[in-house]
Design a protein around this ligand. Structure first.
Ligand code: NI
Length: 423
């Protein structure tokens, strides 16, 4: 079935400004983009924009722990270690595969309604997460969060992560799998070497928390550069470093590394501010993520874009740095590329139709045009403007409804899970 977006504004991270076009989606891909002055092609479904609808690429939430929506609101306003050790880890012990399944689906409801088409998830019981993702038809980059614990736990978790890759990597074009060593402070260095070597031999990327807090930097047994080199982490096909708040901007990083900026989570946990401007100046790729819902507490990429664009202007006393287009590219294309999804994250002919339909027919968009759309979206817009979220040419969220998900059931099961783990 072909869908025509007739007379809409399109914008992505590769464009200097928006364009007013007709865009045809067919067989899951963007088949044609024509100037709006030309005759529109025919289609089964027509969405008429009259210049009052925008289409942007779907957001890629490049670092989250989806099922942590079950833990939202627990242990608010506490330091990272105290929060993890006293509030989060004891409750996580009570999570069952079933709870994680429903929690993930609940997170997906939030993400889809706010325009996210793909998320990078680090958690456990990832088979159930993969089932949730495939059932809905969403995209995800999945890894098993590997942490030390009782003897043999790391080895079992690594095997579990490798089994996940065997079973789900590349499934239906919706899933990529990474290895997920949690962090330097939860995985001993020798084990990190084993994980890195497994990633290299299996051709898998690595998703890793690195230098979120200053204390983590102080406790690192060597320099960050030495750590990344001698552990073998840099030898994986690709490496995503979540947070990297305390990573020195002079650190040498090969081009298979992407930094994941999580400004809301870093602010809420008082971790500090990543030197984003310097990384961008150096040309190091940076993607955006929300982190889990218990440290953000939203799974809303509009919010990440807005805060990222504002925060660094304030910190650097520079209204020119980190433009609206920069954060749009970070929130879309950079995340897709970082996790091995090709031809996603931009609106180009032949690329996958993962996109967000945005309603511009609202008071806060008066004055919007091709030149200023990026700034309107990032500074005035919000997820409340999302009309629809499409993945592979199929609507997963449209006008408040979820065609592939039973919203009522998911919310009920998630409520029950929350009650069970907190009683
Ligand atoms: Ni995280």
């Amino acid at each position: 079935m072909a869908t025509l977006f007739k007379d809409v504004l399109i914008l992505d991270g590769s464009r200097e400004k928006a364009e007013r076009v007709h865009m045809l989606v067919s067989k899951g891909r963007i088949a044609q983009i024509l100037d709006a002055s030309e005759n529109p092609p025919s289609a089964d479904k027509i969405i008429s924009g009259h210049g009052k609808l925008a289409v942007i690429p779907g957001f890629v939430n490049a670092h989250t722990h989806a099922a942590m929506v079950l833990l939202r609101g627990l242990g608010e306003e506490a330091p990272l270690m105290e929060w993890l050790q006293n509030k989060i880890w004891p409750v996580e012990d009570k999570l069952t595969p079933e709870y994680i399944y429903w929690g993930t689906l609940s997170a997906m409801l939030e993400m889809l309604s706010t325009g996210t088409t793909c998320f990078a998830d680090m958690y456990f019981e990832m088979d159930r997460v993969a089932e949730a993702v495939l059932g809905a038809g969403m995209r995800a980059a999945l890894c098993r969060g590997i942490t030390a614990g009782e003897p043999g736990k790391i080895e079992r978790s690594l095997q579990n992560n490798l089994d996940l890759a065997e079973k789900y990597h590349g499934r239906e074009g919706l899933i990529t799998v990474q290895l997920g060593p949690h962090a330097p402070y939860t995985v001993p260095f020798e084990s990190m070497k084993n994980i890195a070597s497994a990633a290299k031999s299996h051709g898998l990327g690595i998703h890793f928390h690195f230098l979120e807090t200053e204390g983590e930097l102080q406790n690192l047994p060597m320099s960050p550069e030495e750590y990344l080199n001698s552990s073998g982490l840099l030898d994986a096909p690709y490496l995503t470093l979540a947070h990297a708040v305390w990573l020195d901007v002079n650190t040498e990083l090969p081009d298979n590394v992407t930094l994941i900026h999580n400004p809301n989570s870093n602010l809420k946990l008082g971790s500090g501010v990543m030197p984003l401007v310097s990384w961008l100046e150096r040309g190091v790729p940076v993607a955006l993520g929300t982190d889990g819902a218990s440290s953000n507490n939203r799974l809303d990429m509009w919010e990440e874009m807005r805060i990222a664009a504002l925060l660094h202007k304030g910190v650097n006393k520079d209204p020119v740095c980190v433009s609206a287009l920069d954060v749009l590219r970070m929130a879309t294309y950079e995340g897709a590329r970082a996790y091995g999804f090709s031809q996603k994250g931009m609106l180009q002919e032949g690329w996958f139709a993962d996109l967000v339909l945005v309603n511009l027919d609202k008071p806060h968009y008066i004055g919007v045009n091709e030149e200023n759309l990026a700034a309107y979206l990032v500074y005035a817009g919000s997820s409340a403007d999302v009309e629809g979220t499409m993945i592979n040419g199929r609507w997963l969220y449209k006008n408040g409804e979820y065609p592939t998900l039973d919203c009522e059931e998911i919310m009920q099961k998630t409520r029950e899970a929350r009650e069970a783990i907190t009683k």
